[in-house]
Design a protein around this ligand. Structure first.
Ligand code: HEC
Ligand code: HEC
Ligand code: HEC
Length: 370
């Protein structure tokens, strides 16, 4: 009897002692699990941000040009609901498009939650590193101011009225991704281009701008622009060739190709690892891919266009998109390496083994135009 009660007493004492410890451990465990989930969401949020938001809000969240920063107390103080609504639905009449799937955007509610976790609890220095590692650093800001006199000049062109109406819209909303003159950047395709004009009808262009392209950076603009504004942007894409080159002032862009020997050497190493199997060790072309070390290509293709091709690849061909795998600096080093060939590049390529004897892909027949 006695021993029983003693055991009972001891057991009670142990339980009494252990319970709070257990409870404490349990709370601790839940806290740890919560912290881990939050950290995971923040990490995912950094990636979603890198892929969708950096072009306007900046890798470090400080904002680019006239686009606002998100790295500030005002935004951190916004509650969950307000942030969710802003990102899901966008802000009417601004470049902040609707990103939620329910609004025609590309992000599901889990991704919206991850973004909010990153904005509220993340560290912008870490986000900037994630963006850099993903090779998604935005192109340098392209703030294009179009002087009134220039617009007056433009208005005299055959489709002058629609062009003059569209240019400021383009400069404010599209140039950051597609380049100040529609020449394309590492993150968005060329728009000022005969191929696009011949391949896409006005209706298709209108649909792309209105609804965006699902799963890409190209958001739908129907919340931010009126249908009349979208129609005039289509008019710009359709009639861009009327605008004489040089009429629109070009912002000063940092050069892409460098003549720095170290940068060129780094580009050369990348080339031998990633490109030589297809393009040939000296860029002379093979059965797999066209020559790059050839005058016709190098003189006719500006640095930005080369960079865009390398970053985005050529759809429906073997040319892969390297943008997600190489950083901005690596892309620039490749362009520097290719550009360094220009002074010595042959006028006509001599592709590797057996190429050129009739047949084969078009580039082995020594294309002259590009
Ligand atoms: C094309 C440019 C652009 C892109 C891309 C963009 N935003 Fe915005 N964002 C804006 C602009 C412009 C505003 C300011 C809208 C206004 O005036 O209310 C804004 C506002 C915001 C705000 C509110 C800030 C405040 O101070 O009220 C948040 C939050 C935000 N954006 C998050 C995002 C997220 C997250 C992404 C990526 C999914 C994103 N944005 C992509 C242009 C952009
Ligand atoms: C945040 C970056 C970004 C902004 C801002 C942006 N675009 Fe795009 N745009 C893209 C990307 C990326 C694509 C390629 C989508 C794809 O892979 O099909 C694209 C595709 C397009 C296309 C289709 C091109 C083709 O060859 O099929 C048109 C047209 C276009 N954009 C027009 C515009 C216009 C007009 C604006 C301004 C109102 C604009 N874009 C703003 C990123 C952007
Ligand atoms: C798997 C094979 C393959 C690899 C690897 C490859 N390319 Fe290509 N590349 C191609 C093909 C095929 C084309 C031609 C696409 C076309 O038909 O327009 C091409 C086209 C190009 C062009 C445009 C040439 C022109 O005349 O318009 C450039 C620039 C280029 N590649 C650079 C690179 C660089 C730099 C790398 C390495 C980072 C690379 N490529 C890796 C297959 C490849």
């Amino acid at each position: 009897m006695k021993s029983w009660s003693l055991i009972g007493l001891i057991a009670t004492a142990i339980i009494a002692l252990a319970l709070p410890v257990y409870a404490f451990n349990e709370t601790n465990r839940m806290e740890t699990a919560k912290a881990r989930l939050l950290a995971e969401a923040v990490t995912q949020g950094e990636l979603v941000y890198a892929q969708n938001c950096v072009v306007c809000h900046g890798a470090d969240g400080r904002g680019i040009g006239t686009y606002p920063g998100l790295d500030n107390e005002g935004v951190r103080a916004m509650d969950y609901e307000a942030l969710f609504k802003t990102i899901e639905r966008g802000r009417y009449g601004t470049a902040m498009a609707a990103w939620g799937v329910s609004e025609g955007g590309v992000l599901n509610s889990q991704q919206l939650d991850q973004l909010i976790a990153m904005i509220q609890s993340g560290d912008w220095t870490k986000t900037a590193r994630t963006v850099d590692a993903a090779g998604l650093n935005p192109p340098t800001v392209l703030k294009v101011e179009i002087p009134a006199e220039t617009l007056a000049e433009v208005a005299k062109l055959p489709h002058g009225q629609v062009l003059a109406e569209a240019l400021p819209l383009y400069a404010a909303n599209c140039s950051g991704c597609h380049g100040p003159s529609g020449e394309g950047t590492a993150i968005a395709p060329i728009l000022n281009d005969a191929t696009l004009r011949s391949q896409k009808s006005d209706e298709e262009l209108n649909r792309i701008i209105t609804n965006g392209v699902a799963g890409t950076l190209m958001a739908g603009w129907r919340q931010a622009l009126s249908s009349q504004e979208i129609a005039s942007l289509v008019g710009l894409l359709r009639n861009w060739e009327e605008i004489p080159p040089g009429l629109i002032p070009q912002p000063e862009l940092p050069p892409i190709a460098s003549s720095d020997a170290e940068i060129i050497a780094a580009g050369g190493e990348l080339f031998s690892v990633a490109c030589a199997t297809c393009h040939g060790p000296a860029g002379q072309g093979t059965r797999m891919a066209p020559a790059l070390n050839v005058q016709s290509f190098l003189t006719q293709t500006p640095d930005q266009a080369i960079k865009t091709i390398i970053a985005q690849g050529v759809p429906n061909t073997r040319m892969p998109a390297w943008g997600g795998r190489l950083t901005d600096a690596e892309l620039n080093s490749l362009v520097s390496f290719l550009r360094a060939w220009e002074p010595t590049a042959p006028a006509v390529a001599q592709p590797l083994p057996g190429g050129g004897q009739g047949g084969g892909p078009p580039w082995l027949r020594n294309k002259t135009n590009n």
